[in-house]
Ligand binder design. Structure first.
Ligand code: GTP
Ligand code: MG
Length: 204
């Protein structure tokens, strides 16, 4: 898919303040703080500073909407599991994220980002289990693939997938990406393009 335009639309503090104009397909990006959500959004849209990125974790605190090709939305969600946040902030963000995921019917797919360098972490596994229990359509994007050799990326992804298969009957779609060298861009955009063809009523 060719990206002709992408622009920031609105930051919502809660699911009930998200856009209520014409329902459009929307794709949300989630994962641990600092995993590379905002960077991936910039890489996909081809705009270096569309979503705010930072070396300091916990930068994204709101539900940020971007309108792409004047027809569908990308949603940048706050990261979960950032230990240095106050308990109150963490609880508030967790409620906000879960509320968004469970109630936003036009969310066609949730991309769950995992840093390819790390072993499976309980927080991500539990989050994906929660998605499964609630019937939320999701796929996995391994990020920061430029930080490992291609053999190491392959081994990490294979180990992660086999751990998933210990509890899941089948794997969701899996992508490998790098915001640095743009790996994964075509695969993710083609997947979105296919989902965009589905009637909105059928996505949930
Ligand atoms: P929060 O909004 O704080 O939850 O973080 P985030 O998940 O949006 O991460 P962000 O995109 O801000 O990136 C965090 C850090 O990782 C930044 O310093 C990025 O430059 C770096 N980073 C993100 N993606 C990649 C990647 O693919 N390769 C490399 N080498 N660095 C990356
Ligand atoms: Mg971010």
């Amino acid at each position: 898919m060719i990206i002709n335009s992408a622009r920031f639309l609105i930051s919502s503090p809660s699911a009930d303040k998200c856009p209520t104009d014409t329902p459009r397909h929307e794709y949300a990006f989630i994962g641990r703080s600092n995993v590379g959500k905002s960077s991936l959004i910039n890489m996909l849209t081809g705009q270096k500073s569309l979503a705010m990125t930072s070396a300091t974790p916990g930068k994204t605190m709101l539900i940020n909407y971007f309108l792409v090709n004047d027809s569908w939305y990308i949603v940048d969600l706050p990261g979960y599991g950032y230990a240095k946040r106050s308990k109150e902030d963490r609880n508030r963000l967790e409620r906000m994220i879960k509320d968004y995921i469970l109630n936003r019917e036009q969310m066609t797919n949730l991309f769950v980002l995992i840093d390819v360098r790390h072993k499976p972490q309980a927080i991500d596994m539990e989050f994906m289990e929660w998605l499964g229990e609630n019937g939320v359509p999701f796929s996995i994007v391994f990020t920061k693939a430029d930080k490992l050799s291609s053999a190491a990326v392959k081994a990490q992804v294979a180990a992660y997938c086999s751990e998933l298969l210990a509890t899941w009957e089948e794997l969701p779609p899996v992508f490998v990406s790098s915001s640095e060298d743009k790996r994964g861009r075509d695969g993710i955009l083609t997947y979105i393009e296919e989902l965009n063809r589905l009637p909105l009523e059928s996505v949930k």
